[in-house]
Design a protein around this ligand. Structure first.
Ligand code: FES
Length: 106
């Protein structure tokens, strides 16, 4: 058991208990985290669960798929380490991870 820290664009931190097997989006919604909307329910079809991972975390979970990139291209805040939180499975080895949130979801 560990935690994942979500950091809003203004620096506000939310430390959430890691729950392996959920997606990052579900973890965020279950903990009433602001800034993650998840409008399509995790179908990779809305782009409202944009998160920005650090380089060590992106190495663990991998880069965005082509479907994700299509959604992420709609965001002005997309970075090289952007992912859709609904497409990232939480695992135990993500303990201590930092997940940054954009100012605006699409
Ligand atoms: S919840 Fe819609 S793309 Fe992730």
């Amino acid at each position: 058991m560990g935690t994942i820290t979500f950091v809003e664009y203004d620096g506000t931190e939310h430390v959430i208990d890691l729950e392996a097997g959920k997606t990052l989006m579900q973890l965020a919604l279950d903990n009433a985290l602001p800034s993650i909307d998840g409008d399509c329910g995790g179908e990779c079809a809305c782009g409202t669960c944009h998160v920005i991972l650090d380089s060590s975390l992106i190495k663990k979970v991998g880069s965005a798929s082509s479907n994700e990139i299509q959604m992420l291209d709609l965001s002005a805040e997309k970075t090289a380490t952007s992912r859709l939180a609904c497409q990232v499975q939480v695992s135990e080895d993500m303990a201590g991870a930092i997940v940054r949130l954009p100012e605006y979801q699409v």
